[in-house]
Design a protein around this ligand. Structure first.
Ligand SMILES: Nc1ncnc2c1ncn2[C@@H]1O[C@H](COP(=O)(O)OP(=O)(O)O)[C@@H](O)[C@H]1O
Ligand SMILES: C=C(OP(=O)(O)O)C(=O)O
Ligand SMILES: [Mn+2]
Length: 499
């Protein structure tokens, strides 16, 4: 496939042997151009609003016909495979692309079939992703030239006008997030890995919080870096590969990801200098990426299934720099923070985001959750109650001040905090209670300077810290008002209003 991609001038083979491509105009997701078809199936089940936009079914049909005509005389590339590593709950899919490299991405990211599976493959869902097909909003009913249309009745996803490959994986994530709750399965925007004792851990977080980085851990086996389901049988990956960020990638801090950039991987929007990738160059975007199959990470679990986690980590990248780098949540605190989904959108992943922006993203993945947050929150509550799962909140964001003044917490410290949480070391240390955020903060963590565990210590201007922390606490309280019918215990587990 690489040879054909190069012949078609879609990309070049760089010094690592991976295929380098540029995605052109769009280098991140286009959330405002994503629509779900409005019909009997979706009318009362989708949380319509600013995230889940409606699209008329007849317009979908017309656009589909138009796309079919457009591709009639073109060479297309087809990938047949699955979403979902659990044979009982997997979705057979077909991805049709007009660029070879996009088909390579599909192959790397979705689950590849065995020879036998391929022979009998009957897709239940089809993605038609035609980058060169550009919509005409006045005629086609789209918002712009770009569109991501999900039809849950026809079981088709249409993508056009954008070459950002992440649209394909994230639209199928949205489909799974719609389908699985009906079967009592909890779909999650999280990474997952498994320790030597067979202990599964999950890392929830919005883009850029560290799901991919922190789940690639030499002492644990990777199950997956982004999308998982939790059923009565345990956890399973939806995908067959990873989509890691490359910006400022270093061999020292992220050796597994560095080593996965080799023949077979697809590198998106990384600038080459004398054919060598320069990971520090953000000329094309901050959202530079590499897509590789899961087995490029040594020891990855394939088929990618795990058990019932005893420990979960909620990742947040606090650009205000005030949340503690690690804290332990009560059961109700976990529910509060899951529903809130506080973090910062980092530059590049979505169009228009140029610097970190504080956001509350329900379930740590609002752009991908078609149903109301309460549906997913209920499933989380049931799962953690049944399995006595403990949840930690890890802030991989700024320390020593907000974005612009402070710096991002060192990856090695975040790793040490995660290691301590997963090993049980944090079961026996002392905690202090932070009254404002209503969080229990450990006073010592192996491998981390104790003073940084209290974010205030890292700020020069203590008054500014106080006022910023109060501001964030108020933002939490204000945001939570939009959720109705939440139990008072959960509301009480959130940050406290200040007098
Ligand atoms: N303390 C930290 N913990 C995790 N990632 C960090 C940290 N500091 C900087 N980073 C960088 O932030 C990004 C995290 O992104 P990633 O792991 O891909 O997030 P996600 O998978 O949740 O979208 C990476 O580029 C990583 O190098
Ligand atoms: C690919 C994406 O997700 P993540 O950054 O979580 O990997 C995305 O949001 O487009
Ligand atoms: Mn990721």
């Amino acid at each position: 496939m690489v040879r054909i991609a190069v012949e078609r001038e879609e990309g070049v083979v760089n010094s690592t042997g991976s295929l380098s491509v540029n995605t052109g105009k769009y280098t991140g997701r286009s959330p405002d151009d994503r629509f779900i078809v409005f019909d009997d199936k979706t009318r009362d089940t989708i949380d319509w609003g600013k995230i889940n936009h409606q699209f008329p079914s007849d317009k979908f049909e017309k656009l589909l016909e138009k796309m079919k005509k457009f591709v009639d005389d073109k060479e297309l590339y087809v990938f047949d495979g699955f979403v979902g590593a659990d044979p009982a709950n997997r979705l057979p899919i077909r991805v049709i692309n007009d660029h070879v490299w996009q088909s390579m991405f599909s192959r790397n990211l979705f689950i590849r079939p065995t020879k036998e599976e391929l022979e009998n493959h009957e897709p239940e869902f089809t993605i038609l992703c035609i980058n060169d097909f550009v919509a005409v909003p006045e005629v086609d009913g789209t918002r712009t030239d770009v569109f991501i249309l999900i039809d849950l009745t026809r079981k088709i996803v249409l993508i056009g006008g954008t070459e950002y490959a992440g649209e394909m994986k994230k639209s199928m994530f949205g489909v799974m997030n719609f389908l699985l709750p009906e079967r009592g399965i909890f779909p999650m925007h999280c990474s997952a890995n498994i320790g030597k004792k067979g202990d599964t851990a999950l890392f929830f977080g919005l883009s850029g919080t560290g799901k991919t980085t922190l789940s690639a851990d030499p002492n644990r086996s990777l199950i997956g870096d982004d999308e998982h389901g939790w059923s009565d049988n345990g956890t399973f990956n939806f995908e067959g590969g990873c989509y890691a960020k490359c910006i400022n990638l270093s061999k020292e801090a992220e050796p597994e990801i560095w080593n996965a950039i080799k023949p077979g991987a697809v590198l998106e929007n990384v600038v080459l200098k004398d054919n060598v990738p320069d990971y520090d160059d953000n000329t094309l975007t901050e959202n530079t990426r590499v897509a590789y199959p899961l087995d490029f990470i040594p020891g990855a679990v394939i088929p990618s299934v795990g058990g019932n986690p005893k420990v979960i980590v909620f990742l947040t990248a606090d650009a205000l720099g005030v949340l503690p780098p690690v804290s332990r949540l009560t059961r109700e605190g976990a529910m509060f923070h899951f529903i809130s989904g506080y973090t910062s959108k980092l530059a590049g992943t979505e169009r228009g985001i140029k610097e970190p922006k504080s956001v509350f993203s329900e379930c740590f993945g609002a752009p991908f959750m078609p149903r109301p947050a309460s549906v997913y929150a209920k499933l989380l509550g049931e799962k953690i109650d049944k399995h006595n799962t403990v949840v930690y909140l890890v802030n991989t964001g700024w320390s020593g001040g907000p974005y612009g003044i402070g710096k991002r917490i060192k990856i090695k410290y975040s790793r040490a905090m995660v290691t301590a949480a997963l090993s049980g070391a944090l079961d026996t240390v002392e905690y202090r209670h932070d009254d404002l955020f209503n969080l229990d903060i450990p006073t010592e963590v192996d491998g981390v300077p104790p003073e940084i565990l209290d974010s205030k210590n890292t700020w020069d201007d203590k008054d500014l810290y106080e006022s910023s922390a109060k501001k964030l606490a108020e933002m939490f309280i204000e945001n939570f008002k939009r959720f109705e019918n939440v139990s008072p215990d959960i509301i009480a587990a959130g940050p406290k209003a200040t007098q």
